[in-house]
Design a binder for this molecule. Structure first.
Ligand SMILES: *[C@@H]1O[C@H](CO)[C@@H](O)[C@H](O)[C@H]1NC(C)=O
Length: 601
C-alpha cells in the first residue's frame, strides 16, 4: 500500500523523462527546438535564482515550468520556456530576441547578480549549455551555463546580450535507418556570450550585425539603459553518438581522476597492514567475561543511533549500486536526489528493524519510545534543518526555495510511508528471538581497574580521525563541486571509497574495543560506537575550514554561508551515524566471536 502510494507519487514526476540512454529525441530538418531556462547560479553565492528573476526577454508563457522530478525541484531546478526560436539545422545570424529598457532598480538588480558572477543555465534537449575555454595549461575546459555579464570598474555592469549558440547534431546511420532519413539528434550545445552595444539605422535595422568580437560592449550606465538582445545559431554535424553525448562533459577533468586514483591506491596499501599481530599476546579480556555483555547506559539511544545508521548505509549502498550500473547518468536530471529520497523512505523499515533487534538484545523494555525515536530522530533533525534553510531561501526570494506543494509531499512521504514502514520493521525486529550472548552476565558488576570511561571516550573521539582520513580527499572534491555548482559524477571512485571506509571503520573500532577489553574495562559499547562516529565531527570541522579558506569568502553572502553550513551539518551527522553503525556492529560481532571461544570452568 505504502509502496503503491510512493510509486504513484514518483511516477508522474519521472514520466516526463526518458530513462537515460534509451530514448533519444529525433528531429526532422527544420523542426522546432526548445531552449529551456533552468536557473541562475554562482560560485560566489550558493543561493540559486529563477532565470526570470532578472528582467530578461520574457516570453508570454513564462512561469509555466515544465514537469520536473522531485529531486530537481529540491535542487532548485526549473525548466521555464524562453523566446529563442530555433529550427533544426537552419543557421541564423543576429536574430532579434527582444528590446528592453531598464529603470534604475533593474540596473541595480543586474549589478548585484553580475558582480556575484551569476551564470545562467539553459538546456536544449536535456543538455546543458556550456562555454568552452582554455585553462592555464592550455587544455580545453568548459563551464556550465553562460555568465550574465562582467563588471567594468566597481559600479558598471556590462551584459552579454548577444549569444552565439552552436548546436552539434548527429545523424544516426546504420542498417536500422534509411539512407536518406533526415533525422537529427542533439549531441552538443555550446554558446559564446558577447557584449555588444547595438545601434539601429532609420529603418530600425541593426547596424551592428553580424556581431564582431571587437564590438563595443553593452554596459548599463545612467545614460544608457536600453538593451537589445540578439543571438546567432550555428548547426555543426558531429561524429559523437547520442548515447555518449555526456562523455565530453564528464571527461573534462582528467587530472582530477588521476589524483583520486593515487589516493585510492595509497589507502588500499595502508588498509592491507595486518592488525592481527597484537591480538595474540594479551589475555586480560578473558577475565571480564561475566561483565562484557552488561547492557550499557542509555541503551535505547544507542539502538536508535545504530538503527538510523543502518538506514543511511542501506540508502547509500543501494544508491551507489544504481549509480555504478549507470541509472543515474546526468541526463536523468535530479535523479540522484530523487533516488536517494525514495530509498531513504523505503529503508525506514531497516532502521526500525535494527533498532528493535539491538534494543531487545540489550534487554530493553521501553520498546515504544525506541521505535518512535528511530522513526523521528534523524528524519526530524533533517526536516528541522531543511525547513529552516528553506525558510531562509524563501525570504531571499530564491528558486532554491522548495514550493509549498513539494514540502507537503515530503511531509506525506515522511508520515505516510516512512513512519509506518519504520513501525513495521520494529515489529518484525521485536518478534524475532533476541540475540543470545555466548557468556552469562554476573549479578554483581566487577570493579574496573584504574581506567575511567572518560579516557575511553576521549580515545574514541581521537580515533575518528582515521575514517575521516579515508574520505578526506573525496571530501575536497565533493565540497568543491557543491561550491562551484559543477557536476560530480565520479561514482566508481566514490564506490571504492565507500568500501574502504566500511573496512576502516570496522578495523578501527575492533582494534579499539580489543585494546579496551584487554585493560579489563567492559564499558565498550559506547566507545566502540564513538570511535568511528566521531569522524563526523572531523568532517564537519573540515567543511568549516574549507568554507573559511574560500578565496572569495568576503564576497559570499550570509545566507549562502548559512545554507552551506546547514547542509554540511546534516551531511556530517549522516556520516557520523553511518560510520558509528559500522563501528558498533563490527565490534559487537567481534566481541561475540571472541567470547564464544572462551571456555569457562
Ligand atoms: C551552418 O553553418 C556551419 C558553420 O558555418 C556550416 O558548416 C553548416 O553547413 C551550415 N549549415 C547549413 C544548413 O547551412
Amino acid at each position: 500500500m505504502a509502496l503503491a502510494i510512493l510509486l504513484a507519487l514518483l511516477v508522474p514526476a519521472a514520466s516526463a523523462f526518458y530513462l537515460p540512454g534509451i530514448a533519444p529525441s529525433e528531429y526532422d530538418e527544420g523542426a522546432p527546438l526548445k531552449i529551456l531556462a533552468n536557473k541562475l547560479v554562482s560560485a560566489k553565492n550558493v543561493v540559486p535564482f529563477d532565470y526570470y528573476s532578472l528582467p530578461l526577454c520574457t516570453p508570454p508563457n513564462a512561469g509555466k515550468s515544465n514537469r520536473l522530478s522531485l529531486g530537481q525541484v529540491l535542487m532548485g531546478e526549473r525548466a521555464e520556456p524562453t523566446s529563442y526560436d530555433l529550427s533544426m539545422n537552419v543557421n541564423e545570424t543576429c536574430k532579434l530576441l527582444c528590446d528592453k529598457s531598464y529603470d534604475q532598480q533593474d540596473v541595480a538588480h543586474f549589478k548585484d547578480r553580475v558582480a556575484d558572477e551569476y551564470n545562467a543555465r539553459l538546456n536544449l534537449d536535456n543538455l546543458p549549455v556550456i562555454v568552452k575555454g582554455k585553462n592555464d595549461l592550455d587544455e580545453e575546459v568548459f563551464q556550465l551555463g553562460y555568465p550574465l555579464g562582467f563588471m567594468e570598474g566597481d559600479a558598471t555592469p556590462c551584459l552579454y546580450n548577444h549569444l552565439a549558440f552552436t548546436v552539434r547534431y548527429h545523424k544516426p546511420s546504420g542498417p536500422m535507418y534509411a539512407k536518406d532519413a533526415n533525422q537529427f539528434r542533439v549531441v552538443g550545445f555550446e554558446v559564446v556570450p558577447m557584449s555588444v552595444a547595438h545601434t539601429k539605422d532609420d529603418k530600425s535595422e541593426l547596424t551592428t550585425c553580424p556581431v564582431e568580437s571587437s564590438a563595443s560592449p553593452q554596459c548599463l550606465t545612467a545614460s544608457s539603459t536600453s538593451v537589445t538582445y540578439t543571438y546567432d545559431i550555428t548547426y555543426i554535424e558531429s561524429e559523437l553518438q547520442w548515447a555518449t553525448r555526456w562523455d565530453p562533459l564528464l571527461k573534462a577533468n582528467p587530472e582530477l581522476k588521476e589524483i583520486q586514483w593515487t589516493v585510492y591506491l595509497d589507502f588500499a596499501r595502508y588498509n592491507n597492514i595486518d592488525d592481527d599481530e597484537e591480538i595474540q599476546e594479551e589475555s586480560g579480556w578473558k577475565l571480564i567475561h561475566g561483565d562484557v555483555f552488561r547492557p550499557p547506559a542509555a541503551s535505547g539511544l544507542l539502538s536508535v543511533f545504530v538503527g538510523s545508521g543502518a538506514q543511511i548505509l542501506c540508502m547509500t549502498g543501494v544508491t551507489l549500486v544504481f549509480a555504478l550500473l549507470g541509472f543515474l547518468s546526468p541526463s536523468f536530471r535530479g535523479g540522484l536526489l530523487t533516488t536517494m529520497l525514495s530509498l531513504w523512505v523505503l529503508s525506514s523499515a531497516v532502521c526500525g528493524y535494527y533498532s528493535a533487534r539491538i534494543y531487545s538484545g540489550l534487554g530493553g523494555t521501553n520498546k515504544k519510545s525506541v521505535t518512535l525515536g528511530s522513526a523521528f530522530l534523524f528524519s526530524g533533525a533533517t526536516f528541522v534543518i531543511f525547513f529552516g534553510l528553506n525558510f531562509l531561501l524563501w525570504v531571499s526570494g530564491s528558486t532554491g526555495a522548495v514550493p509549498f506543494f513539494t514540502l507537503l509531499l515530503l511531509l506525506v512521504m515522511w508520515f505516510g510511508i516512512s513512519v509506518p514502514l519504520n513501525v513495521i520493521g520494529a515489529f518484525i525486529g521485536y518478534k524475532q528471538k533476541a540475540f543470545e550472548f555466548p557468556v552469562r552476565t554476573n549479578q554483581i558488576p566487577r570493579e574496573i581497574p584504574n581506567s575511567s570511561i572518560f579516557s575511553n571516550v576521549l580515545f574514541g573521539l581521537a580515533s575518528g580521525i582515521l575514517p575521516f582520513g579515508v574520505v578526506f580527499m573525496e571530501l575536497v572534491f565533493i565540497l568543491n563541486s557543491i561550491w562551484q555548482n559543477e557536476i560530480f559524477y565520479f561514482f566508481g571512485f566514490l564506490g571504492a571509497v565507500f568500501l574502504i571506509l566500511v573496512l576502516t571503520c570496522a578495523e578501527v573500532s575492533i582494534v579499539l574495543t580489543y585494546l579496551q577489553l584487554s585493560k579489563e574495562s567492559y564499558h565498550w559499547w559506547w566507545p566502540a560506537y564513538i570511535s568511528t562516529a566521531s569522524s563526523g565531527l572531523y568532517v564537519f570541522g573540515y567543511s568549516l575550514i574549507f568554507l573559511f579558506t574560500q578565496p572569495g569568502l568576503k564576497g559570499i553572502h550570509v545566507v549562502s554561508t548559512l545554507i552551506y553550513t546547514g547542509y554540511m551539518l546534516l551531511g556530517s551527522f549522516m556520516f557520523a551515524l553511518g560510520a558509528g553503525c559500522i563501528g558498533f556492529l563490527s565490534s559487537f560481532a567481534f566481541v561475540r566471536k571472541i567470547y564464544a571461544s572462551v571456555h569457562i570452568d
